[in-house]
Design a protein. Sequence first.
Length: 176
Amino acid sequence: MAYKSSIFPLYQTAKAKGFTLIELVVGMLVLSIAIVLLTSMLLPQGDRAVETLSRVRSAELAHSVMNEIWAKRFDENTNSNGGIPACNAPLGVACSTNLGPNGESRNDYNDVDDYIGLNINSNILDSTQTYAEVYLGYGLEVDVEYLNGQAAKLITVEVTTPNGEVISYQAVRSNY
């Protein structure tokens, strides 16, 4: 019995000083699962943040172009003072049938349909910079078409984000 009692205290002190191999393996397994879960949840959040920023910049670009277009008159033949009669009104002149720029330079666009074909390589209004220089990696296309005969024009601004997503912004401009 003296033999057993001399070994037993050594066994207890050795156990109290450290971990067993099984405890270490289980601990590493739990830690590795926790790291995998964290990285699988956190890394996609970074991609989503970039997509959100790209969409915000897309809206900023489209909004600036749309505001510029919206400030112009409906048609080349519309009274430049905005008075009555509008083109195609009973006492007014006919609206132009050819949509697109009428030979004006970029800074002299004066009606909505002059913006047909405006793209990312076009100059910003009253600037020597192009949209491509300010919005790196983005694409821009503007189109204008008649709706309801010639009663309104549909303005479409399509912006392509750097990751290839095409976002379309539209507005309707009435003939008034």
